[in-house]
Structures are given as C-alpha cells and as structure tokens.
Design a protein around this ligand. Structure first.
Ligand code: PEP
Ligand code: MN
Length: 357
C-alpha cells in the first residue's frame, strides 16, 4: 500500500516538473507576444482571444476536472501572463531604472540635482511684481539658495482668480535671476511657449493640472531646458511615470519628478503628502525626485517635519513657497512663508543632518 502511494507521488512530482517546464515555456512565448504587441502599440489584454481560448479548452476538456475548474485554472495562467507582459513593459520605459541603472543628475549652472546632494527650491507662488520677486531673490541669495521658483502663468481653479503676469512675469524672473545669480523654475501651460521658456527661465515646470496634457508633455520633450514635472492631483505613480516618459521619449532626458500631494478625503491638509512616492519613484525610475511641501500640506506649521520626512525618504530636493508678505499674496496666501519663517525652516532643514549641499 505504502509503496503504491510513493509510486503515485513520484508520478505526481514528475508531472509537476513537466507542468513547471510547460508553464515557463508558455511564459517565454507570452513575453515574445508582449514585445510584438508593444512595438505595434496594441493592448496586451485581449479579452476576445481569452474567451475563445477558454471556450476551446472547455470544449476539449476530457475531465475529471469540471469545465469551471479548467476555466478558473487557465484564467489564473492568463492573469499571470498579462502581469509578466506589464512588468516587461515597465522595465522597458526609458525612465525605468532597469533600463538605466545610474541616476540621472541634472546640472543647473553648477547645482546638481539627483546625485548625492540635495537642492532647495524656494520662491513665491506667483510672480506679482518686480519688487516682490527681488525681495525674495535677495533673501534666497543671502541664505545661499540657488534655485528660485515663481509662477508667471497660473492655472487657477477659478477663471476670476489672478492668472499670473504671463510673459511680463517671465521677463522679471530673468532680470532678477541675472542680478542675483539664481536659477529659475516657472510653469509653462501652453505647448507654443517652450521657446519663450528657453529665452527667460532655466527649468520648465509642468503643473499638477497639466500632468496628463499630452501635447504639452510632447512639446516639453522637444524643449532644450530641463523639466520639473509635478504629480497630478489624483495621478497614480504609474500615470506619473508614463507622463515623464512622454517627455523623455521626445528627446529631453532632463526630467525631474515632484510629489506635491494627492487629493484624498483628508481635510486638515490641502492635499495628502504621499511620502511612499519618493522611494518608489527613486526605485522605479532613474530621475531626480523632489517634494513640494507647500502644495502638499497647504499649511505653514508642519513644513519642517514634512521636509525631514521627504529627505529621510530619499528626496533629491524640497520646494517651498516664500512671499515677502503672504497675507497680501495674489495666490496661495495661506501656505506661503514670509521671509523670517522661511529662514527658520531653512536652518531647521540644514540642522537636520539630512540635507547635503
Ligand atoms: C505651483 O507650483 O505653482 C502649482 C500651481 O502647483 P501644482 O501644479 O502642484 O498645484
Ligand atoms: Mn502655489
């Protein structure tokens, strides 16, 4: 009796090995199909073919497994196959760390982003006047900060809100940056404005609301200056990474990602800062990853711990909004720091031991 059992088990083991071999042989073919589909740009999931295969398999099923079991087992195999193709696809992206193991380091006039050092990007939400911008620039220079932000084109929720100074704002950025030796970042919202950006600023920001504005992404991909891409308000990391791919595939490999909070049910913060995005994006892509502590929190009182958390998670930089007189700011008044508050935050960050210049 015991001998018969051993023999049957031995037979089963043999079949398991054979199934294992066949499953992996099948997986190799699945991968080849995935590559062909990738090149043709056709979807990996083909429900019509899956149904046809299931129907055929149940039609010829000799039993003893019931048709429902056969369906269930093969559906699992199909699902695993699709996962394999999707995994392959992710690794083939130009922004993928599997494709390029070494980190992309962006050199902004000597300030390196994405290497062993971190960067602080500060400045007003909107460029409001020459004097306002100059006051902030002087404070940044004094603090040893090299990169200044400031919106000239403001995509606002309401059309009645301040829309930014437009080209005039870009010109102010250039003038003030030249005076203080700063690098500038400003949002561009129209695909036709890339040359304008090249003329007046150093980094094109693509805002959260435009993360999936594909024509804008393509145009940024043809621009000759780096791009700072913000995570969409409700974008998954998968969507975020693919948005970056749109830029890189057009030829611009100088792309930085910035987590700026996502919309959740939480009301105590303007958005929810997704710290896990930082290590995940660093792991999955080779691009620099920054964290915008202003738009993610919408507050001024928790910026230091959020900045520390971002840096501890591996962020390559921090962005924060600073205004000489936040109460009178034409946008995001509630979250902008005044200059003394900024200086206090900055010294807290420098003292954290997490920021290396
Ligand atoms: C900004 O940084 O000026 C801005 C509008 O942020 P976001 O696109 O992340 O809302
Ligand atoms: Mn803002």
């Amino acid at each position: 009796m015991a001998e018969a059992l051993d023999q049957l088990r031995e037979q089963l083991n043999g079949i398991n090995y054979e199934l294992l071999r066949l499953l992996n042989e099948r997986a190799s073919i699945v991968r080849e199909i995935g590559e062909i589909k990738e090149k043709q740009g056709v979807p990996k999931f083909d429900p019509v073919r899956e149904r046809a295969m299931l129907e055929e398999l149940t039609r010829v099923n000799p039993g003893p497994f019931k048709d429902a079991e056969i369906r269930h087992l093969f559906k699992e195999i199909f699902k695993a196959s699709l996962n394999l193709q999707e995994e392959d696809h992710k690794q083939q992206l130009l922004v993928s760390r599997k494709k390029q193991p070494q980190s992309t380091v962006i050199n902004l006039q000597g300030t390196l982003i994405g290497g062993d050092t971190q960067v602080m990007v500060a400045g007003p939400c909107s460029v409001e006047s020459y004097d306002q911008l100059r006051t902030v620039a002087a404070a940044l220079k004094q603090a040893g900060i090299k990169v200044m932000r400031g919106g000239a084109f403001k995509p606002r929720t309401s059309p009645y809100d301040f829309q930014g100074l437009g080209v005039e704002g870009l010109k102010m950025l250039k003038e003030v940056a030249d005076e203080f030796g700063l690098v500038t970042i400003s949002e561009i919202v129209h695909p036709d404005h890339m040359e304008l950006a090249e003329q007046y600023i150093d980094v094109i920001q693509i805002g959260a609301r435009n993360m999936q504005n594909f024509e804008l992404l393509k145009a940024a991909g043809e621009a000759k200056i780096p791009v700072l891409l913000k995570r969409g308000i409700a974008a998954t990391l998968e969507e975020f990474v693919h948005a970056a791919e749109y830029i890189v595939v057009k030829g611009n490999s100088e792309v930085m990602l910035i987590e700026r909070g996502i919309r959740t049910y939480e009301k105590w913060t303007r958005n929810t800062l997704d710290i896990s995005a930082v290590p995940l994006l660093k792991q999955e892509t080779h691009l620099p990853v920054m964290v915008d502590i202003s738009h993610s929190t919408g507050r001024k009182d928790i910026l230091l711990p959020c900045a520390r958390a971002a840096l501890a998670a591996g962020a390559d930089g921090i962005m924060v909004e600073v205004h000489p007189d936040p109460q009178t700011a034409l946008s995001d008044a509630a979250q902008q720091l005044d200059i003394p508050q900024f200086e206090q935050l900055w010294s807290g960050i420098l003292n954290s031991g997490l920021f290396h210049q």
